[in-house]
Ligand binder design. Sequence first.
Ligand code: SF4
Ligand code: FES
Length: 374
Amino acid sequence: MSIPDPPLALLAELTHRCPLQCPYCSNPVELERAASELDTTAWCRVLDEAAALSVLQVHFSGGEPTVRRDLERLVEHAAQLGLYTNLITSGVLVDARRMDALAAAGLDHVQLSFQDSDDINADRIAAYRDGHAKKRAVAGLVRAAGLPLTINAVVHRQNLDRLEAIIDMAVELGAARLEVAHVQYYGWALRNRAALMPTRAQLERATELVLAARARLKGVLTIDYVVPDYYAQRPKACMGGWGRQFLNISPAGKVLPCHAAESISGLVFEKVGERPLAEIWADSEAFRRFRGTDWMPEPCRGCDRREIDWGGCRCQAFALTGQAEAVDPACGLSPDHAALLGIAASESAREAPDFVYRRIGGASARKPEPVEPA
Ligand code: SF4
Ligand code: FES
């Protein structure tokens, strides 16, 4: 067994519980319930093993990680181990006392998600009343606690025309960084693809806006930009390559190469506690399956980008072709690429259907009350 380099970061999905119901949620469609979540002791052991594995960063995520009452304890434990700690949150459950407690526990950074710059549309997308106003207040709490703030904005056909206002909002709220991420279509987002897919014209305008804003806001706001696969010519290096830089731990302790890996049928994922995390990282069948380049089919195998994009996204290849080892259809060299472009063109041209909202125990097509659609 050759030993891979250690992962850079651990995504600790503490829970799938979340008061929001975003239709593009990156959690699996089959959400894990509270009763199956790892307890505080088990998560502390995971952090110990991650530090021993030379992980540098831990991202506390969910669902909504602040529903866990032991979050401060876990942040403190990670900080004591010398891990860089980042909280990825919707913010709607955070008050001043909680933010101060997290900062005192050693939290290094906060990523706060926004659904839109427009409060009515933002609350409609999240299916959470007054959520947008709460998020704006929480941005102030993060800054008051002296923590650096990144704003995450997932963009799609139903908010993309306000991208300029979203960028202005990030500046106004004192963010140092803004991540403008087009929806990636796995899990919940794949179910809602027709409701979310932008037109090519929307995408091109958004890209121009981001480039102009980057130049205008140099030194004020750093803007990361994730383009949608369906309009790409070459795929992204998903997760920096399978089993190369990141590992995910699900609320119940499953060790995953990425947040969507469970959508690939036929892969078996080990759980923390069954053997040391370092062994699972190096040796588990699921991590070895698509690590490196040996698994690649042609044309990836002979392609000069194979160690740049690492073959793109395995979850997307599986979702769209039924074969996880297929060439990612986002690649222009894939035999499935033309079909992908056709889907993007036809779905973005149709009237958007209602969202299927994310929900534990079953999807919901209901419209949130009493917020009116924009
Ligand atoms: Fe990447 Fe494979 Fe496409 Fe080459 S052929 S660009 S390695 S997905
Ligand atoms: Fe799983 Fe891309 S999301 S490999």
